[in-house]
Design a binder for this molecule. Structure first.
Ligand code: SF4
Length: 692
């Protein structure tokens, strides 16, 4: 029996886990004490089921023509085919004809190597990743106000010890399940939990106060709460004077958000608005945490900014047991956005259009700074332009499933089909891999070393617990082999994670996210290392003045207002059993037993209006397409809103409906709101042919 101390492969909690490999080949997992917690949710407990899953890919697959099926091939043949397709694309369309699409679940080493591969081996400006769909609005707002984007600038454990917590658009109990105990500890210790969410989720049901706002109205709520704080003398004037700048314009702007108006926009009663502000403003310590709810909007950056403004006005960031933070969702949502997967960034959070940054990174990479391409475009823009003039004609996808996870997914599927060539690196045949010309089977978490940066900015080491199955290679090996076929020197792309991490350290040195002082040895002991320190902003912010910057923001309605043919609001989100596009968790029998199919949650009164009963198949339609799920009737959702989780493909793909309208700053799509109608109902009981 061999026991390996490592971490869960799924969400940004990165819970400590022991992988136990028995002599007979059986593999199991156990929770391991890490950062003060010893817990796994059901996704973590079942993670090992995927290692020997019958659908696991263990040989490359090649399609000889688009109408031919994928067939097994040797690695040599598959890699040769990819390299030949890239070179053909270069000849026809130039370097920018080839693009790369990465993922927020990749280890830091792989994310770094993918960014380097795009800039050095492919010399394309077109690289972005699915983290653009998750955290980019919070990143943009944090950079604007604090000069630095670290999701949580303090340890997560602080949450249990604050006096009042405003949680905006986070169903933490299902998205970061092992953090739920912190909320319970907070409330048990006399603290107040305020949850702003259109649904009475498992998280909202724990709350002292639930603000059940309309989808897309979050910024009006933020400005309204600040309006009340100003009017009722709850500001921390000393903090504003000493640690911030530019408050006056915000004070003027929020004058228009009087409570009655905010109640009309958000649906949150004035009394609840006032109670929320007083709970926050009168507590001895308080926090504001945002997540995908306010971020995944066409005004996501400004919406997060509104809540940062509130936190600053109450004097919270940088104070003991207090602060503002964003709750990252994907396993390496934090690290994955720091080291070069984003279209506009080089490792260490360096800007790709910064001359000094280019020079530093080019020196580490041993290339001419002028050979590095400039900034590309954001994830949806990259996908939307595939196969068109000016867009990429060949795409390499790693650790992502945009055919399910991108908004307006039917359009994305069409664009994937329009590519001259698609290569996907994945352990399973995801919906995107099914469309590929070449599929390369790669390692899973327990088969390789690598570092992850959890939602606190804590860099942790994930250890290989067992060898990869025959026929499977690591993403680092794949990138190295492809780079060599494309003319890179043999040592330009190391395949050992430790060597890549050391190089990442040199490339990030001096950047905002500087990993240069870390090593596998230093990370192997203890609970990991916070980049930038355990608590940042205690003395100064990362702006030139050292002060946090207020920024005046105004609410705008979502791009699609419900009405006419599409009278309802659709919002999307997660369920406890599944992770992201479900490529892994939909293949895990125990998780499927808990949540097998897509569903549509709607209020019983709305259901009655449409003759819908529990379990009926409900077809929703938006301006982009139709999707279906089994009806789940719940009084926990607003009457004007329906909810679909986004973990399924096929007809249950919620993103067939969602609106790709982009935030102007972060380029994040408006996943959290679009206008829909109930288009059709198929009764669960076939004898009930006509809805009642
Ligand atoms: S909370 Fe997240 S990291 Fe922890 S076991 Fe569950 S899925 Fe894994």
């Amino acid at each position: 029996m061999r026991r390996t101390a490592t971490h869960c492969p799924y969400c940004a909690m990165q819970c400590g886990m022991d992988v136990v490999c028995e002599a007979d080949g059986a593999v199991s997992v156990e929770p391991r004490l890490h950062a003060g917690r010893r817990a796994l949710c059901q996704k973590g407990w079942t993670a090992a089921e995927l290692l020997d899953h019958p659908e696991r890919l263990t040989t490359p697959l090649i399609r000889s023509a688009r109408d031919e099926p994928l067939r097994p091939a040797t690695w040599e043949a598959a890699l040769d085919r990819v390299a030949a397709a890239i070179e053909a694309c270069w000849t026809a369309h130039g370097r920018d004809g080839v693009g790369v699409f990465g993922g927020g679940g990749l280890t830091n080493e792989k994310a770094y190597a993918l960014g380097k591969f795009a800039r050095v081996a492919l010399r394309t400006r077109f690289i972005d990743y699915n983290g653009r769909f998750c955290m980019s609005s919070a990143a943009a707002a944090a950079n604007r106000s604090f000069g630095l984007d670290r999701g949580l600038p303090f340890p997560l454990a602080d949450v249990a010890h604050t006096g009042a917590l405003l949680l905006v658009g986070s169903n933490l109990a299902e998205s970061l399940p092992t953090a739920t105990g912190l909320l319970d500890d907070l409330v048990a210790g006399g603290g107040a939990l305020i949850v702003a969410d259109p649904r009475a989720t498992a998280t909202a049901r724990r709350a002292t106060l639930h603000l059940q706002l309309a989808p897309g109205s979050d910024l009006a709520l933020a400005n309204g709460l600040l309006h009340i704080a100003v009017r009722e003398g709850l500001l921390d004037e000393d903090y504003i004077a000493a640690r911030t700048q530019d408050f006056q314009r915000v004070r003027q702007r929020i004058g228009a958000y009087w409570p009655d108006r905010v109640e009309r926009i958000t649906g949150v009663p004035v009394a609840d608005q006032r109670r929320a502000v007083h709970l926050l403003g009168e507590a001895d310590a308080a926090m504001v945490l945002t997540a995908r709810g306010p971020e995944q909007q066409s005004q996501g950056t400004d919406t997060v900014q509104g809540f940062i403004n509130l936190a600053l006005a109450l004097g919270l960031p940088g104070r003991e047991r207090s602060g503002y933070g964003s709750l990252t969702g994907q396993g390496n949502g934090q690290g994955g956005r720091e080291h070069g997967q984003k279209a506009d960034q080089l490792p260490g959070y360096r800007r790709i259009d910064d001359v000094h940054a280019r020079r530093h990174v080019a020196r580490v990479w041993g290339v001419d700074p002028d050979s590095l391409p400039g900034p590309g475009v954001s994830a949806y823009e990259l996908l939307d332009a595939m196969g068109t003039r000016g867009g990429v004609r060949a795409l390499i996808v790693a650790a992502s499933n945009p055919a399910v996870s991108a908004p307006n997914s039917a359009r994305v599927a069409n664009r994937l089909a329009a590519l001259d060539f698609l290569c996907v690196l994945d352990p399973f045949l995801s919906e995107t891999a099914e469309r590929a010309d070449v599929v390369l089977p790669v390692t899973q978490w327990a088969e390789e070393d690598g570092t992850m940066t959890n939602l606190e900015g804590r860099v942790i080491l994930r250890r290989a617990a067992r060898p990869a199955p025959d026929g499977v290679r690591s993403d680092l090996q794949v990138l190295s082999a492809l780079a060599q076929r494309l003319g890179a020197p043999a040592n330009a792309f190391p395949t050992e994670p430790r060597a890549v991490f050391d190089e990442l350290g040199r490339a990030s040195a001096g950047g905002k996210a500087d990993y240069s002082a870390m090593s596998y040895e230093s990370l192997a002991s203890g609970d990991g290392t916070f980049w930038g320190g355990e608590r940042v902003f205690t003395e100064r912010f990362a702006t030139p003045s050292g002060r946090a910057r207020f920024h005046a923001v105004s609410w705008r309605p979502p791009v699609e207002r419900p009405g006419g043919d599409f009278p309802l609001s659709l919002t999307t989100g997660r369920v406890l059993e599944h992770y992201q596009s479900g490529t892994q968790t939909r293949r895990t029998p125990q998780l499927l037993a808990g949540s097998a199919d897509a569903f549509v949650e709607l209020h019983p009164v709305l259901a009655r209006r449409h003759g819908i009963e529990e379990g009926d198949k409900v077809w929703l339609a938006s301006r982009r397409g139709r999707a279906a799920g089994r009806a789940r009737l719940s009084p926990d959702i607003r009457l004007d809103t329906v909810f679909m989780p986004f973990h399924w493909g096929g007809e249950g793909c919620a993103n067939l409906l969602t609106n790709p309208a982009l935030d102007p700053h972060s380029r994040m799509p408006e996943f959290k709101h679009c206008a829909v109608r109930v288009d059709d109902v198929e009764p669960a009981d076939p004898r009930r042919t006509t809805p009642a």
